[in-house]
Design a protein around this ligand. Structure first.
Ligand code: SF4
Ligand code: SF4
Length: 244
C-alpha cells in the first residue's frame, strides 16, 4: 500500500555464554565505575559538578527564582488584582481572588494570591505582564517541600518583607532606565518604560527620566503635564468628513 513505510523489525541477538553468566559483565561494569571514581578523586578540582551546598554557582543578575510581591511605602501590596499575570501564566499556576480595598485610591487588592511552585516553569511572563511592577523574581532557587500543599506559596510567603534583605538578591524584574539599577545584560529584557506614577516617583528621587523623541509611552505627558497641556483640535481627515 502506498504511504506505508516498512521500518523492519530488529531481532535481538542471542547472548553469548559469558554474557549469560552475567559475572564477567558485572566485573566490566564495576571496572568503568571504579575508573571514574579514582579519576575524580585524583582530579577533584576539575570535576564538572560542584560541591553543593558548600559551593554555589554564580547565577545571572536576571535569574528567575522565587517570586516576591512588592509593596508600597505604606507596606500594602502594589498588586491591584488585575489578573494579568494569571492570564499570561502558561502554567496556569497563579490563583488570585480580588477584594475591594478599604482605601478608595487603590480600588482592588488580592485577598488571595497563590503561586503553585511545582507547576511554575519560571518563565517570568507574570513579571512582564504586570502593569504595576507588583511581582518580581528573586535569585532564590532553594525551594524544597515535603508535601504538595507546601509548594503553594500564598501572600505570606510571597510578600516582600520591608527591611529584610531578599535571600540571594533580586533577579528578574522590570528595568527602569535611570533608577540606579544596572541594565540587564541579556537581550530578553528590554527596558521597561515607566508609567506615569512610576516616572513621577523616579523624578522625585532625582533620577534622570526625560522624554525622548518619537512616539511611545515614554513620551506620554505626566499627570502634571497633562493638566497644563493646551489641547489643540486635530483637523478631520478628508475621508472622515460627513458629506453634507
Ligand atoms: S514564572 Fe511563568 S509559570 Fe511561573 S508564575 Fe510566572 S508566568 Fe507562571
Ligand atoms: S501581580 Fe500585577 S499583573 Fe498580577 S494581579 Fe497583581 S497587579 Fe495584576
Amino acid at each position: 500500500m502506498s504511504g506505508v513505510v516498512d521500518v523492519g523489525v530488529k531481532q535481538p541477538r542471542k547472548l553469548t555464554v559469558a554474557e549469560r553468566l552475567y559475572l564477567p559483565e558485572i566485573v566490566k561494569g564495576m571496572g568503568v565505575t571504579i575508573r571514574h571514581l579514582l579519576r575524580n578523586i585524583v582530579r577533584i578540582r576539575n570535576l564538572p559538578t560542584i560541591l553543593y551546598p558548600e559551593k554555589r554557582r554564580d547565577y545571572s543578575e536576571r535569574f528567575r527564582g522565587k517570586h516576591i510581591l512588592t509593596t508600597r511605602d505604606d507596606g500594602t501590596l502594589k498588586c491591584v488584582a488585575c489578573y494579568m499575570c494569571a492570564e499570561a501564566c502558561p502554567a496556569e499556576c497563579i490563583t488570585i481572588v480580588a477584594g475591594e480595598h478599604p482605601k478608595i485610591a487603590y480600588e482592588k487588592y488580592p485577598v488571595v494570591f497563590d503561586i503553585d511552585m511545582l507547576r511554575c516553569v519560571f518563565c517570568g511572563f507574570c513579571v512582564d505582564a504586570c502593569p504595576k511592577d507588583a511581582i518580581w523574581m528573586t535569585r532564590n532557587y532553594e525551594m524544597a517541600f515535603f508535601k504538595r500543599e507546601e509548594a503553594v506559596f500564598g501572600i505570606d510567603k510571597l510578600i516582600a518583607k520591608p527591611g529584610l534583605p531578599v535571600k540571594d538578591g533580586l533577579g528578574y524584574r522590570p528595568y527602569y532606565p535611570g533608577d540606579g539599577t544596572r541594565p540587564p545584560g541579556d537581550a530578553s529584557s528590554s527596558p521597561v518604560i515607566p508609567g506615569d506614577g512610576e516616572r513621577e516617583r523616579l523624578r522625585e528621587k532625582g533620577c534622570d527620566v526625560h522624554h525622548t523623541e518619537g512616539p511611545g509611552p515614554l513620551n506620554a505627558p505626566s499627570p502634571a503635564e497633562k493638566r497644563t497641556q493646551v489641547l489643540t483640535p486635530t483637523p478631520l481627515k478628508k475621508s472622515s468628513r460627513i458629506a453634507s
